[in-house]
Design a protein around this ligand. Structure first.
Ligand SMILES: NC(=O)c1ccc[n+]([C@@H]2O[C@H](COP(=O)([O-])OP(=O)(O)OC[C@H]3O[C@@H](n4cnc5c(N)ncnc54)[C@H](O)[C@@H]3O)[C@@H](O)[C@H]2O)c1
Ligand SMILES: [Zn+2]
Length: 348
């Protein structure tokens, strides 16, 4: 098992444990903090896993109860958060107790939000069960729900521990492995080319223990360096300016949209910086089966959507562009750069 730690100044804030078989670690964590009561939150596809953990904890004498949220984005609603608060009330939950969230990014976003707000903040542990959750969503302390727009209500709240069991990740469907591959490859392009090389060599069948450890190490490093999200964290949004616009306007999944967004922003990087990795980037995304074009998306709609991007500031549209692999820069994109991005993915 490998431990990655997020620090704030000299204080450890969150530990991410990556390995195979995490049941024992879970019992250890509960015991070492002497939590009296544990509430496990899950969604239907992760309820059996949640039950396994509940049994492990019950066997060692801990009072456990479980609550199943609606699946996917349906969980990310204030109404659902309220339901969970009421359930916690019913169990007599106190600040000495622990919430464990077992699921993908949508579940951990809600579990983290509940934990960060109930009784003004209680301890939370995540078991990240999707590849996207393992390499991205479960790390960094961003939690929240949707309100008209995505993630509009939230709070920064770090889980005490994130457990990532590679035995679970290995069993995911190709679709879910692809969604996670887009974010893992993003981490590779901005900071660790070994991730890219691994996907080039193995396609979707890469060694996910290595991919997750490497991606987590990069994200933990960036979050530790920029704990309050003042600057450097923005590089994690590579591919996301165009990607979010595609996700919102065409309804493609987040991973697929980010893959297309990286192709677009790779082309923008060529136009702006003379970046030479565009073709290599496109090839590896295609190799794992991710899309690289969005010819169905209309230019006017995409441009309008990009104008609403959260990264926009008084100087105009900001994009993360690559000078080279491993060398991302935040720039204000001029019109020719944006045009190069859209042309490259067939948005006309
Ligand atoms: N907080 C952050 O920093 C951050 C970063 C990126 C994404 N996110 C959020 O994460 C969410 C996307 O996460 P996701 O891609 O994990 O999607 P998801 O949580 O919606 O999971 C996709 C589906 O897979 C199921 N699932 C999860 N684990 C499974 C397993 N082991 N076996 C079978 N099915 C399983 C889920 O129940 C769901 O049906 C979005 O809401 C996004 O906003 C948050
Ligand atoms: Zn993303």
């Amino acid at each position: 098992m490998r431990r990655h730690v997020i620090w704030r100044s000299d204080e450890p804030v969150s530990t991410i444990i990556v390995g195979r078989g995490v049941n024992n670690v879970l019992a250890d964590i509960v015991h070492s903090h002497s939590y009296e009561r544990v509430v496990i939150l899950c969604q239907p596809p992760t309820s059996r896993l949640a039950e396994t953990y509940a049994n492990v904890l019950a066997d060692v004498g801990i009072a456990v109860s479980g609550y199943t949220l609606p699946d996917g984005e349906d969980a990310k609603q204030l109404g659902i958060v309220e339901d969970v608060y009421r359930f916690l009330n019913e169990t007599g939950f106190t600040r000495d107790d622990l919430i464990i969230g077992v699921g993908g990014g949508s579940l951990t976003d809600v579990a983290g939000f509940v934990g960060g707000t109930y009784l003004r903040g209680v301890a939370v542990v995540y078991v990240a069960t999707s590849l996207l959750g393992a390499v991205d969503a479960s790390i960094g302390g961003k939690t929240g729900v949707n309100l008209d727009g995505k993630n509009l209500v939230g709070v920064f709240a770090h889980p005490l521990t994130v457990l990532i069991d590679i035995d679970i990740i290995d069993e995911l469907s190709p679709v879910m492995k692809r969604a996670g591959a887009a974010e893992a490859l993003k981490t590779g392009f901005i900071e660790d080319m070994r991730i890219v090389e691994a996907y080039e060599a193995g396609g979707l069948d890469v060694d996910l223990l290595e991919i997750v450890n490497r991606s987590v190490a990069v994200k933990v490093g960036i979050v530790t360096e920029d704990f309050k999200e003042r600057g450097r964290r923005a590089i994690l949004n590579y591919g996301h300016t165009v990607g979010h616009a595609i996700e919102t306007t065409t309804g493609r999944s987040h991973g697929e949209s980010v893959a297309i967004g990286m192709v677009a922003e790779g082309a923008a990087s060529s136009a702006y910086f003379g970046f030479t990795g565009e073709e290599r980037q496109r090839a590896v995304l295609e190799q794992v089966g991710l899309p690289t074009r969005a010819a169905d998306a209309g230019e006017v709609t995409i441009r309008a959507q990009m104008a609403l991007d959260k990264k926009r500031d008084a100087g105009g549209l900001r994009m993360i562009l690559l000078e080279d692999f491993g060398s991302p820069k935040v720039v204000h994109a001029d019109d020719a750069t944006v045009q190069a991005a859209l042309d490259a993915v067939g948005i006309t």
